[in-house]
Ligand binder design. Structure first.
Ligand code: V47
Length: 364
């Protein structure tokens, strides 16, 4: 295989990867522009197996999107709606509690909860959401509110981000999901989500959360107008932040779904582009413990293949995914954990059920 990688012109990168040496942004350019996906997968798999062996993680989780009302209205998003729009909705705390109650008979360990940037729900609503969920399911880990939402809540509460996070933690918040990062480049933000918190602002919230001991995830929305260099800048900014704080758990490359968005002229991502983003992120983000192949966006079959291209986690059962499905995702809205286990096992990996913080619960 080494000869194969050398013949593909990637010998110097293989040497660095074997030595555990950091890849440069220039290495990243070579990887992104390389046509041989098997060579990229081979390299990424070295890092994947060094960090996570043969394990592939999944979690029993439930997604709840408390409201899609949003003032940012990003062009790539089919989920966010203006207040008053026919498809706009917001759940009461009692409705969210009912969603949790409906699944009390399932061994759900995590509730993943995000929404839009709502113009007028008070800060107390968000605290009540967290307390309300904990009242119904006290043991569950709540992974909620992206860095963009946290920044908005701090403004709403008239408090610092640090104080806002402390209040949310007191009410039951366990960690932050990785959404809202998109692509940090100001060019991309200007063209696709000009009202959204800047990339620097997103990273600043993540750093404050990490200093408080909260773990967070990070994402990158790829497959629209971004260049390979802009992806690499994004990865490099995350890698530098992780060097400082060590607070990121997982990186999730998110494949753009164009349907029902203002960027619907773009096609869907291809399998090769999807695998390339998994592999390059695994290679560049040497200090991130986990790379997630989010089956909702990749489809379960490609997410399964991604376990050989750098990914070590398939996310979870999810239940009622809305954000990607409003943008035309054809995947199911939930996967049974037996299906997840079968997908992982047939990929030749060891399925490991985890909690949000990657404590290993049940080897299957
Ligand atoms: O922030 C919006 C993205 C994100 C589209 O942390 C779109 O473990 C594709 O962040 N096509 C929300 N993507 C989802 C998210 C996430 C999902 C699963 C696990 C975790 C985690 C995080 O979805 C948004 C935005 O970046 N998004 N619209 C679209 N049309």
């Amino acid at each position: 295989m080494d000869t194969y990688i050398e013949q593909a012109g990637l010998g110097s990168i293989l040497t660095k990867v074997r030595a555990g040496e950091r890849l440069s942004v220039e290495d990243g350019r070579r990887l992104y522009s390389h046509p041989d996906i098997l060579a990229l997968g081979y390299l990424a798999n070295i890092v994947r197996e060094r960090l996570n062996g043969n394990k592939a993680f999944f979690i029993y989780n439930q997604h709840i999107n408390y409201s899609n009302i949003c003032t940012n209205l990003c062009k790539f998003c089919a989920f966010g709606k203006e207040k008053g729009h026919a498809l706009a909705y917001e759940m009461t705390v009692a409705e969210v509690q009912e969603k949790v109650r409906q699944r009390l008979d399932e061994p759900i360990r995590e509730i993943h909860m995000v929404g839009g940037i709502h113009p007028d729900l008070p800060f107390s609503y968000y605290l009540d959401l967290l307390r309300g969920i904990k009242a119904v399911r006290p043991e569950v880990h709540i992974q909620a509110f992206t860095c963009v939402e946290i920044h908005h809540l701090a403004q709403l509460a008239g408090k610092s981000v640090d104080r806002t996070l402390r209040d949310l933690v007191d009410a039951g918040l366990g960690s932050l999901p990785g959404g809202g990062a998109e692509v940090f480049s100001p060019r991309i933000r200007q063209a696709t989500c000009e009202k959204k918190l800047s990339g620097e602002g997103w990273l600043e919230v993540a750093k404050i959360a990490h200093r408080l001991g909260l773990r967070t995830n990070a994402t990158m929305l790829y497959g629209h107008i971004e260049t390979a260099d802009e992806r690499l800048e994004h990865l490099d900014a995350l890698r530098r932040t992780q060097d400082e704080t060590g607070g990121f758990l997982a990186f999730i490359p998110l494949a753009f779904h164009p349907k029902n968005t203002e960027m619907a002229e773009h096609g869907n991502t291809t399998g090769i582009n999807d695998l390339k983003n998994i592999a390059v992120s695994r290679l560049m983000l040497d200090n991130f413990p986990h790379i997630k192949a989010y089956w909702v966006m990749l489809g379960p079959k490609l997410a399964q293949v991604a376990l050989a291209f750098g990914a070590d986690d398939m996310d979870g059962t999810v239940k009622e995914e809305v954000i990607t499905h409003m943008a035309g995702a054809e995947t199911a809205q939930a996967l049974g954990h037996t299906t997840l286990i079968r997908l992982i096992r047939e990929a030749g990996r060891q399925p490991v059920e985890r909690d949000t913080l990657y404590t290993e619960l049940i080897p299957h």
